[in-house]
Design a protein around this ligand. Structure first.
Ligand code: KG4
Ligand code: ZN
Length: 338
């Protein structure tokens, strides 16, 4: 079964082609240069650039895969959550191709795509614990044994990637900030600047990054002699320790032996190393996608869509884009069924 995937939920225009769940081609057209002068994604510019790039990106993906529209068996596109103007471009394009070619179509949840991105490279048995850390999301999910997802914890304010991006903006590093902070941090002392690791009272699996962001801003303002590399390294360590702490509590509470960490921030080397040590200490296997699959891509969307198409499911062509779209209900970790 050959499936085309399209992803335009934020600022990357992505298309991919899979055959039976294996990647034949994946193309990502980044808009980083468009948004860099603004220090963050400008929704209107993102949507307009998707309009320009989505057609050529799909054609490149098909050409790289060595297939034509006539070879496709189905189409999947991200339906949410994300920037609604951006989502509409990819979703509308995918639906138009599906209608023109008479192909089955499915709309995919962006975060489900991230959680399944690891499955393109290796099998992951359910149930598993998944930590999604990206520019728009930071949450812990339980992949239920029978299928479907439950939210075990989530950020109360910024996503981890958003915190990296804001820290980078403060330090004048441009957008996107995560990679720039990581690069600068390699030359810094992570213990030079004392920063807090805020916890949410009474919610062990929830996260909050706004206090850390404020503390970084205060340290930057009050210590003009502080080296940017030390600020970056200290900030990165604080985020890493907060994420590892929440993931460790969730591993213990669920008793799971499988931890998936995914989303753009999972490209961070310090986070990957710290998660690996924690997982080893807790007797769990850590599963992190290879770097190109950590950030947004269409292979993960095509994969999640393929699972549904393969089962004979499809969505009506009046399916709409949803800026806010929960992946599953919030569930207390103590009530999980296995
Ligand atoms: O998954 P993604 O590409 O898009 C969303 O769904 O949001 O994640 C993008 C986020 C950005 O905030 C970016 O700064 C962050 O992932 N990121 C990183 C790294 N690479 C990307 N954060 C920390 N370290 C990195 N190496
Ligand atoms: Zn994403």
């Amino acid at each position: 079964m050959i499936v085309l995937g399209v992803e335009t939920s934020c600022d990357d225009t992505c298309a991919a082609v899979l055959r039976d769940g294996r990647e034949l081609a994946s193309v990502v057209a980044s808009q980083d240069e468009v948004h860099a002068p603004f220090g963050g994604v400008v929704p209107e510019l993102a949507a307009r650039n998707h309009v320009v790039h989505v057609g050529p990106v799909i054609e490149r993906a098909l050409a790289q895969a060595g297939v034509g529209f006539e070879d496709l068996d189905g189409i999947a596109a991200t339906r949410g959550p994300g920037l609604v103007g951006s989502l509409l471009v990819g979703l509308g394009t995918a639906k138009a191709i599906a209608r023109r070619r008479g192909l089955p179509f499915v709309g995919v949840h962006h975060v489900e795509g991230h959680l399944l991105s690891i499955a393109l490279d290796r099998e992951v048995e359910r149930p598993f614990l998944g930590l999604v850390v990206s520019g728009g999301h930071s949450a812990l999910y339980w992949a239920r044994p029978e299928g479907g997802w439950a939210v075990l914890g989530e950020t109360r304010d910024d996503a981890a990637g958003e915190a990296f991006d804001k820290a980078a903006k403060l330090l004048g590093l441009g957008y996107p900030g995560g990679r720039a902070i990581e690069r600068l941090a390699t030359g810094g002392d992570a213990h030079a600047i004392a920063l807090p690791r805020p916890r949410v009272r009474g919610a062990a699996l929830d996260l909050s990054f706004s206090g850390l962001k404020t503390a970084l801003w205060q340290a930057w303002r009050d210590s003009p002699e502080a080296l940017p590399a030390d600020l970056a390294a200290s900030f990165q360590l604080a985020v890493v320790e907060m994420l590892v702490g929440a993931a460790r509590r969730a591993v213990r509470a669920t008793g799971t032996t499988r931890l998936v960490v995914c989303g753009g921030v999972s490209a961070n080397g310090a986070l990957r190393a710290a998660m690996a040590s924690m997982a080893a200490e807790e007797g769990a296997v850590l599963l992190v996608p290879p770097l190109p699959r950590c950030t947004d891509n269409a292979s993960m969307i095509a994969y999640a869509g393929w699972l549904r198409l393969r089962a004979g499911e499809n969505d009506a062509l009046d399916l709409n884009a949803e800026a806010d779209l929960p992946l599953g209900p919030r569930v207390d970790v103590g009530t999980l069924d296995g």
